[in-house]
Ligand binder design. Sequence first.
Ligand code: ADP
Ligand code: MG
Length: 239
Amino acid sequence: MIEVRNLQKSYGDFAVLRNVSFTVARGEKIVILGPSGSGKSTLIRCFNRIEPHDAGEITIDGERIDQKTELTRLRCMVGMVFQNYNLFPHLTVLENCALPPRVVKGAGREDAEELAMNFLHRVNIADQARKYPIQLSGGQQQRVAIARALCMQPSVMLFDEPTAALDPEAVSGVADIMASLSADGMTTLCVTHEMGFARRIADRIIFMDQGRILESAPPEVFFTQPRTERARDFLSQMI
Ligand code: ADP
Ligand code: MG
């Protein structure tokens, strides 16, 4: 589904991604772990070209992602959920979800709202459809943000620390949603610092440090027998 080969990116002299290579199978759930500043956000932001990469190749569903990729179509293929939800404050929950298909795909209002309601049901928040984001808890807002991304019917979902701003109870609500997306076969890359969450949703853990992938292993292997000193240090600080 996804192939990343020798991906490189620098900000000025600073190399953020150094020869990153990996593949993701269709339906696979990847969790990306690593210390702050290791390049995790930059890596997943290259997938939908929020950040352009300097060298190397990203292929998603057989398609090369580069400067020639049409952004509108790319954003339909690749959905993204951020730490701070990034909902439109002046729009209701329903409008937040219906807007992207209308603007990007040219869907009519009724169709877009019907689609939005389906996905709001999917994340268990349809009863809040007429409210504004500020009237919702953080966990509810994040579920709306997930529904909004799903409304574009992407083939890949990217999550950048989706639970970082949430209390523990809300974390498990978002984890439930992500686990049920897995059951639907959605291909997912998720950056998180929540180890419990990582264990629960990951098929495979990718561990990054200083712009490189140091480990790539199933969670039961990574958490019990990390191969590198760096990963052992990282894990010991997490407990
Ligand atoms: P992570 O998500 O793992 O914490 P990031 O991908 O956000 O790491 O950042 C990796 C490094 O790149 C950090 O040292 C950060 O300061 C730097 N960086 C990120 N974005 C920019 C930018 N737009 N300009 C310059 N440096 C940046
Ligand atoms: Mg980050």
